[in-house]
Design a protein around this ligand. Sequence first.
Ligand SMILES: [Zn+2]
Ligand SMILES: [Zn+2]
Length: 338
Amino acid sequence: MERNQSRAFAGFRLLKMEKKNIVGKPLPESCSDRGFDVEHRADLNRLMTRVYNAQGLMLRDGMKLRRQGITYRCWEHGEMYANYHTHTVRCNHAEGTEREYIEQGLKQGLAILGFSDHSPQAFDHYVSSLRMRPEQLEDYVMTLRALKEEYAGRMEILIGLEAEYYPLYFERLLDLIQPYHLDYLILGQHFLGNESDGQMACPRPTDDERDLERYVKQTIEALETGKFSCFAHPDILHYTGDRKIYRKWFEKLCLRAKELNVPLEMNMLGYVTGRHYPNPAFFQIVRDVGNQVILGCDAHNPERIADPDEVVRCMRFLQQCGIEKVIDHLELTAPTMI
Ligand SMILES: [Zn+2]
Ligand SMILES: [Zn+2]
């Protein structure tokens, strides 16, 4: 493979740097007009120190570097730039404080950490055990706003939610979140129908094509609302039937997601805990369609934030599916925009 092409397994890379911005000394052959590749962390650190000295930038401060038009990517060594899939204790199945997630993110070199706990839903009588209640939303937002302020300059903290698209309740959800001006929503469709109507949970195995069809149609409708900045574990529907049928439906979904410009998440939690997703069959479709892919930690525990070994393993999985490139951050849509 040629050097200096944008690819995932390039060791360390500083992109979009002018040669003259790297001070003084002659540069190795591997430096092109587009960037600078180095293979080892020690070389990266040396290079970054030179950049720092030359431009007064803060070492490892991803945001400042980005503003100068410089990005560095360290996929080979498992460094993430941004993670938008993070939970809190309010969903009843996550652990740790928000601060512990943030500190772990800082330790792992994240520049952006987005919280996206399971969204409250304004059900009539039904109470879901998997999500915060509507009255907890205020505390969620206020807690994170205070931390966002406290950590400003060190890490960008974003406030979002992971939400299902439930046709019966979606307008209510938008009304509920409207006063809080959230940064983003990610779509995570854990149930068919509206959850409260007892319809199927998506991780349950099924070989019925009608379930697959319903999942695809419901999530396409979700993406068409324009409210979701990313589609988390799009392959969570556990279809165990014929592969051709699987491809037929998921191809429709991937094509629509591409048209609508919604990136698809490779779910790291699913991978490292051996769940049925991420599904190689799905990501082969993603490769063929050419969707944008982003890694998401889906952290329900601070330790799961941007673990370098996990990042490397997940990138290898994608590479085995034929996907060489992932995006390192999202263009966010505020869900309250009309
Ligand atoms: Zn969860
Ligand atoms: Zn999640």
